[in-house]
Design a protein around this ligand. Structure first.
Ligand code: TTP
Ligand code: MG
Length: 387
């Protein structure tokens, strides 16, 4: 039977009603599985921009872009007003300002975002100890009966949290609620800002069927391209393939893929998984052998890695190059730097040095670059006094 939860006052009604019996609101959340879904993904809305608006009411109703102006600066985030004109994260700032010339550009203040993130995390922890942060602005929460601190339905606790974050911290968040991490995260991406999307067991497969293949966690641009070339454009196309066919095409990942497309994901919410490494990789549409094309792939990956390090406020001292040969052998090579870094150029230089030693006779189907020996961003890239 469908239960109803008021988004405004969190009043819980075991029936299917059209107005909240307590406050009269029509902002209602209805779902037949509302009382037994317990894995949530919470993501802040336009996080850096929301914090800046909170602290400066005069820009609240203006298009706001957070990032560095001039030169090679990029947009870190654009508020939802600015997004209507086209600016997006990772877009060059000059381009964003062409699209939205009246935007207010604010320089990022990472220390502030970090502290806001901690405040939000403290609220999460009041609901459950099982909180797994993914970055400053998003986390998984396990609100199952064994974990949660209050014996109330997870959806109720989440509406309370959403309101508390808005009132006490001053930023809005979006919630995805489902029965596993994969679907919870897809849920929070559905409707933003201030969204709350519920994906139950009954509709998981049909919900997934409509999504493009690159919505799947682990399907990067190269894999997505290969899928589309093979006529696989939506998750529905993948759902129709037997597991063995997916394994034949995508190797070990095919097995995981087969589960995911059916809405199955067994990863648990693990609270204190400390970040020990950060990496990114790419499988090619066709195997590569020569140095130049491999180096070009590496350059893109080093830039992606630098963005991720920036976002998670991390740096790394060991640079790890990963290669997979045409006959599926994994190979890793690493080098240790004098100081931790988070710069794309430094990561790339080290990666290229490692790559030069490997290219020659073999063909490769995948290249990846990562950092290990993780350090806080504050220790990264000290100024070079003698260079
Ligand atoms: P996101 O959650 O991806 O973006 P967002 O919170 O700004 O917007 P949304 O409402 O769509 O969730 O990232 C969180 C913060 O991380 C974002 O505010 C700025 C930072 N960030 C970067 O620095 N570079 C990037 O490329 C992206 C995507 C985000
Ligand atoms: Mg966000």
């Amino acid at each position: 039977m469908t239960a109803t939860l008021c988004r405004d006052c969190a009043h819980w009604d075991g029936r299917d009603v059209s107005r909240c019996a307590d406050c009269g609101s029509a902002q209602l959340l209805k779902h037949p599985e509302l009382s037994n879904l317990s894995i949530a993904h919470i993501d802040c809305d336009a996080f850096y921009a929301s914090v800046e608006k909170r602290d400066n009411p005069s820009i609240r109703d203006k298009p706001v872009i957070v990032g560095h102006e001039g030169g090679r600066g990029v947009v870190l985030t654009a508020c939802y007003i600015a997004r209507k004109f086209g600016p997006r994260s990772a877009m060059p700032m000059f381009r964003a300002l062409e699209l939205c010339p009246h935007a207010v550009v604010v320089r990022p203040n990472m220390a502030k975002y970090k502290s806001v993130s901690n405040e939000i995390r403290a609220l999460f922890l009041q609901a459950t100890p099982l909180v797994e942060p993914l970055s400053l602005d998003e986390a998984y929460l396990d609100l199952s009966q064994e974990a949660r601190r209050y014996d109330r339905p997870p959806a109720f606790l989440l509406v309370r949290l959403q309101r508390a974050i808005e009132r006490r911290v001053g930023v809005t968040v979006t919630v995805g609620l489902s029965y596993n991490k994969f679907l919870a995260k897809l849920g929070s991406g559905q409707r933003k800002p201030r969204g709350f999307t519920v994906i139950g067991r009954a509709e998981a497969k049909s919900f997934l069927a409509k999504l493009p293949v690159d919505a799947i966690h682990g399907v990067g641009t190269a894999t997505a391209r290969r899928m589309v070339e093979a006529g696989l454009t939506t998750i529905a196309d993948l759902q129709e393939l037997p597991e063995e066919a997916l394994v034949a095409r995508f190797g070990k990942f095919g097995r995981r893929l087969a589960r995911l497309v059916q809405g199955e994901d067994t990863r648990i919410v693990s609270p204190d998984r400390e970040t020990k490494s950060v990496s990114t990789e790419n499988t090619f549409a066709r195997d590569l052998k020569a140095f130049e094309p491999l180096a070009a792939e590496l350059k893109d990956l080093a830039e992606q890695l630098a963005v991720r390090l920036e976002r998670s406020q991390l740096a790394g001292r060991t640079i790890v190059l990963k290669l997979k040969t045409g006959d599926f052998k994994n190979l890793t090579r690493q080098t240790r730097l004098a100081h931790p870094t988070r710069r794309a150029e430094t990561i790339l230089d080290a990666g290229l040095t490692l790559l030069r030693r490997e290219v020659g006779t073999k063909t490769y189907r995948l290249i990846g670059i990562g950092i290990a020996d993780v350090a806080p961003a504050a220790e990264a890239d000290p100024p070079d006094l003698f260079g």
